[in-house]
Design a protein. Structure first.
Length: 346
């Protein structure tokens, strides 16, 4: 069924197809019995799929990665197609339009996507309201929600912590865990915050605030696949020192390795983060390195090039506890969620 829909979606501009899909999912949720039908078709309910991590119980280990539902508009629909948890965002304090269009491109023969969206979102207040509406509507079937937070483009790096703190405070009551995004390649100078000292200062600030709350929320760090082993060593040290709950590995890459697409086409597309199948191997390498370097003490959520059940299993065997889909979901549809869960049960 999804392959038919994908055929028509891929005839559209990539960003238009994205917005149309979200609209279509929301419309579908208003039609009687559609939600029940989707759940019957895609949801795998089995206690053996549950995962307990940083004090939370995930219904299954397959989550939606940040970037697809930036504004928390389709939580109900994504839950209905089988995701065990949903990460919204990246959310910034102020609404911002993101980078100039076009900014989202498919490389179909590579099963890849290049994006330079630039943290386009409706801002933390609107996102919070959207989550609250969803939670009120679906009190009986709550799904775990992660809040992926970032800084506004106009905020200089020396004041970046202020933006992360604002988002943490605003979303604290409506999300189950936080992900600090300092690894997107699409916001100018953002990746400089991955350097050791700025990152430690940022994370210590958030953890200090976290300790002041009535209940601490797990805070994770999302890292880039372009880090060197020396930088990964620093990440392991920082995560332990700041007592983070874990890492999300990985974001998109600025590399253009492993592509079969025409080089001229890729050059015409220009800057942006690459996701999908070309990232599969590197993301797994990062996961395995962190897992081994930390002696398995750092929980890892795997994202990057998970296009099949085999890819998901490979990530889990490398040391991940959970997996997330983005590009794999776009190319393979919700059937991939069920395929992974059924594979884990076999």
């Amino acid at each position: 069924m999804y392959k038919i829909l994908r055929f028509f979606l891929f005839k559209l501009d990539a960003e238009k197809a994205h917005h149309f899909t979200l609209w279509l999912m929301n419309v579908a949720m208003r039609i009687p019995f559609v939600k029940s039908f989707l759940r019957l078709l895609y949801v795998s309910e089995d206690k053996r799929l549950e995962r307990n991590l940083f004090g939370l119980t995930f219904k299954n280990p397959v989550g939606l990665a940040a970037g697809l539902d930036k504004n928390a508009e389709c939580i109900d629909a994504f839950a209905a197609v089988g995701f065990g948890f949903i990460e919204i965002g990246t959310v910034t304090p102020l609404a911002q339009p993101g980078n100039d269009k076009p900014r989202l491109f498919r490389l179909i023969q590579d099963k890849a996507i290049i994006n330079r969206m630039g943290f386009n979102n409706d801002g933390m207040a609107v996102v919070k309201e959207n989550i609250q509406k969803s939670q009120i509507k679906n009190q009986k079937s709550q799904i775990l929600i992660g809040g992926n937070i970032g800084k506004n483009k106009i905020t200089p790096n020396e004041k970046a912590a202020d933006d992360y703190i604002k988002c943490f405070n605003e979303l604290y009551d409506v999300v189950d865990y936080f992900v600090v995004n300092v690894s997107s390649p699409n916001t100018p100078n953002l990746r400089e915050l991955q350097e050791k000292e700025p990152l430690k200062q940022l994370l210590f600030s958030l953890q200090e605030l976290n300790h002041q709350k009535p209940k601490q929320k797990p805070i994770l760090l999302k890292i880039a696949p372009d880090l060197t082993n020396e930088q990964l060593d620093d990440i392991v040290e920082i995560v332990k020192e700041t007592k983070l709950a874990g890492v999300v590995a990985t974001n998109t890459t600025i590399s253009r390795d492993n592509l079969t697409a025409d080089k001229n086409k890729v050059e015409q597309i220009g800057a942006g983060g690459l996701s999908g199948k070309p990232l599969t191997k590197r993301a797994t390498e990062i996961i395995r390195y962190i897992h081994q370097k930390s002696n398995g003490t750092i929980p890892i959520i795997a994202v990057g090039g998970i296009m099949s059940a085999d890819d998901a299993v490979e990530k889990l065997e490398a040391g991940a506890s959970l997996v997330q889909l983005y590009t794999g979901f776009i190319y393979e549809g919700p059937g991939l969620i069920k395929e992974i869960n059924q594979r884990l049960l076999s």
